[in-house]
Design a protein around this ligand. Structure first.
Ligand code: BGC
Ligand code: CA
Length: 346
């Protein structure tokens, strides 16, 4: 055998071995393990509704793991500062996150987050703090999961009107008007604006004569609402007959203020909140609050988890159902003493 022929033979053997190894590998190869990394960023660490929603989201995502897909969830917060939140988002993207769930600090300032997400092709599910339409439509992989705030305002107004109509003693001074205080969440928040507007409108439409004593911003926060109410109680003593609160935490702040001021419960106003968190459900059950509106965090968290998995896999079963291809609108439910038991431990 010539030297040339031998070299050719050896080369053929090498090619054959390489081919065998390659095809052998691909035949036996296990499907590559997929990891879905979800980055969740809330606006603060200090909001019980948001914390409950984020915990629920994490649990749902974890329950969607399969043997082919591990799901890693990292939850951080923006410490009430949009710039801090932008930086956290950037860090999450650098760390390899696949889908972002963002609860904006400032719902009018998502531009940097949107730009980063688009550049890196990371879908974003905004939740609870709604970007305006012009921002949400800047890129096709932006979504919003939340509620229709107007609905919660109407339901709160209806629940309060129904209670007041069937309890004439709410008008403690019997002047035919209900003296009221409104506790507002946060200037510029879509939920605060619509809840305030529609609960008052609905009460009036239902024939309740209202007299406004004071509107107070308390940032969704129990402690702040308690402080505001302390001042109002010193000013108005027992003449406040109704408190309408944009959320339960602030309603519970009002409850605490009356308790600490030492008023007997028959001198308290009737108090209505929104969210249906456990403390508020307890308060409705024990008669410290008269009603709330259930803000369905379980439903919102489930939708977000499903959407996160779907956008990652490039599927669109749930996406197809979204309003305008982008919005999931969860339904609120009225809660008062007649149905409160149904809402514990959802
Ligand atoms: C909830 C509030 C919460 C706020 C935060 C609202 O939908 O009702 O309890 O503080 O969202 O953005
Ligand atoms: Ca009155």
């Amino acid at each position: 055998m010539s030297r040339k022929k031998r070299i050719r033979q050896i080369l053929w053997i090498i090619v054959a071995v390489v081919m065998l190894v390659l095809t052998g590998c691909s035949d036996k190869k296990e499907p590559e393990d997929k990891v879905l990394r979800v980055g969740v960023v809330t606006y603060t660490s200090d909001d019980p509704f948001i914390n409950a929603l984020a915990d629920e989201l994490k649990e749902n995502l974890k329950s969607m793991e399969t043997k082919d897909m591990k799901i890693m969830v990292s939850i951080k917060n923006g410490d009430d500062d949009q710039q801090d939140q932008d930086e956290i988002v950037e860090e999450m993207i650098d760390a390899g996150c696949d889908v972002l769930c963002v609860n904006l600090v400032d719902r009018t300032a998502p531009s940097r987050i949107i730009r980063l997400a688009k550049q890196n092709d990371i879908p974003v599910l905004f939740f609870n703090r709604e970007p305006v339409w012009e921002d949400l439509t800047q890129w096709e992989d932006l979504y919003y999961v939340g509620c229709d705030a107007e609905q919660s305002g109407i339901m709160q107004g209806e629940t309060a009107a129904e209670y007041i109509c069937s309890h004439p003693e709410v008008d403690r001074n019997q002047d035919g008007k209900i003296q009221y205080v409104l506790l507002e969440g946060e200037a510029g928040h879509q939920d605060a604006i619509s809840r305030t507007d529609y609960s008052v409108k609905t009460l009036i439409e239902q024939g309740i004569h209202l007299e406004k004593l004071s509107y107070q911003f308390a940032d969704w926060n129990r402690g702040q609402a308690e402080n505001r109410m302390n001042r109002l109680i010193s000013q108005y003593e027992d003449s406040i007959e109704l408190i309408i609160s944009n959320n339960d935490e602030m309603a519970l702040g009002a409850v605490a203020a009356y308790q600490k001021a030492g008023y007997e419960q028959d001198k308290w106003p009737v108090i209505f909140g929104i969210d249906g968190l456990d403390d508020a459900l307890e308060a409705v059950k024990s008669g410290k609050m008269q009603g709330t509106v259930y803000n369905d965090k379980e439903d919102q968290a489930m939708q977000m988890a499903k959407l996160a998995v779907e956008v990652f896999k490039g599927e669109d079963t749930n996406r197809k159902q979204l309003k305008a291809g982008r919005y999931y609108v969860s339904q609120y439910q009225q809660v008062d003493s007649s149905n409160v038991d149904e809402f514990f431990k959802r």
